[in-house]
Design a protein. Structure first.
Length: 366
């Protein structure tokens, strides 16, 4: 299973590996992305069913990646020969068409083309054509494709062509240690994520901070961005973020682009009322359990946040609805989906079948 050390894919890989352990699945994690693991990440990855191999190779969406992508492919083929896995689970695209012996599963967590469509709303620049071709080849070379939401699966099909062997498996997340959230909440709005990422749209919160009675705190790497009116917490460990999530009454992320949103799920598990961007993936996941705001509508965001600060019963209702919905996105359900797919791929491979997997949708949120 491939991974990188930055962002949600790392969290997803560890959560999935941990949840697969009771099924007897051993996971060999091949780390790419150009950034080495931190000491905290190494400690978190010390799981009985996990072995890790690190590299510094860039991913296909990073700057000038193609020499690294080629060398990473050779590394992955050598790693397969060494560990002889039953299934190759790729959390990036470019290597889906390598001549692996084992069947290949590609998971489309996000992609540049769908991000550009949602955020820039203009034609993709010509310099991204090589990326487009590499992703299309990787997807078409895979034996199966998974997306974490129906909205993301539709985006992959829209940008890269039909996906006859695809299914949706929702991500899962467990509540951090500490049990149920405490009772009284602080008068606090919280957001978390890559602050510099226009898709997360966190900068929008700075535009409304003066119109919301409660303070708004943001956790994440800002890369020098000025966010007047917001309390900047900087990058936080998972345990520190979980503490802040248990303090905050409202979690706000007016996303323009978010194929799933692990931080939103974590906030729901921790008992926050949710205010999220009104985009297809979030409607799919949180419809009826969150307040939705058009991502670029400052007036709607300010009104939604201010009304929630004043309406305690509404906050409590939304928080309870979000926690109930979050139980759909449990690690054991995610692991069951992947374990079943792994077994199906392995059986088809051993049987020499050339038949594809049917398109299957995950259980839709009501």
């Amino acid at each position: 299973m491939t991974a990188d050390a930055v962002g949600g894919v790392w969290t997803y890989v560890l959560e999935l590996a941990r949840a697969l352990a009771p099924s007897g699945v051993e996971v060999v994690v091949a780390i790419k992305g150009g950034q080495r693991l931190s000491a905290d990440q190494r400690a978190a990855a010390r799981l009985a069913n996990v072995r890790m191999f690190e590299s510094a190779f860039k991913l296909e969406w990073q700057e000038e990646p193609w020499e690294d992508v080629h060398r990473a492919g050779e590394w992955l083929l050598g790693l397969e020969a060494q560990v002889q896995p039953d299934v190759i689970h790729l959390n990036d695209f470019a290597h889906g068409d390598l001549p692996f012996r084992a069947p290949v599963l590609v998971v489309g967590h996000s992609c540049v083309l769908s991000w550009w469509e949602a955020v820039k709303k203009t034609a993709l620049p010509p310099e991204w054509q090589r990326y487009r071709n590499a992703v299309r080849a990787g997807i078409r070379g895979a034996d199966a494709v998974v997306a974490p939401s129906s909205a993301m699966l539709a985006a992959l099909e829209r940008h890269y062509g039909p996906l006859p062997f695809a299914r949706v498996i929702y991500n899962g997340r467990a509540l951090e240690e500490g049990g149920d959230p405490p009772g009284p909440r602080k008068r606090l709005v919280l957001a978390a994520g890559r602050i510099w990422d226009e898709g997360k749209n966190i900068a929008q919160l700075a535009k409304v901070a003066s119109r919301v009675d409660w303070p708004i705190a943001v956790a994440g790497e800002a890369r020098g961005m000025s966010l007047p009116g917001l309390k900047k917490l900087g990058p936080l460990s998972h345990s520190d973020l979980a503490t802040w999530l248990r303090r905050a009454a409202i979690y706000a992320l007016p996303v323009r682009y978010e194929p799933f949103g692990l931080s939103i799920l974590e906030a729901a598990l921790a008992g926050c009322a949710l205010v999220v961007g009104d985009i297809p993936s979030q409607r799919e996941l949180w419809g009826g359990a969150a307040e939705f705001v058009p991502p670029d509508d400052v007036e709607a965001l300010a009104a939604a946040l201010q009304l929630l600060t004043l309406d305690g019963p509404r906050r409590a209702t939304l928080a309870a609805a979000a926690r109930r919905r979050a139980t759909r996105y449990a690690p054991d359900r995610m692991a069951a989906g992947y374990a079943g797919l792994y077994l199906e791929l392995a059986r088809r491979s051993h049987a020499g079948s050339v038949e594809g997997l049917p398109v299957e949708q995950g259980e839709a949120a009501p």
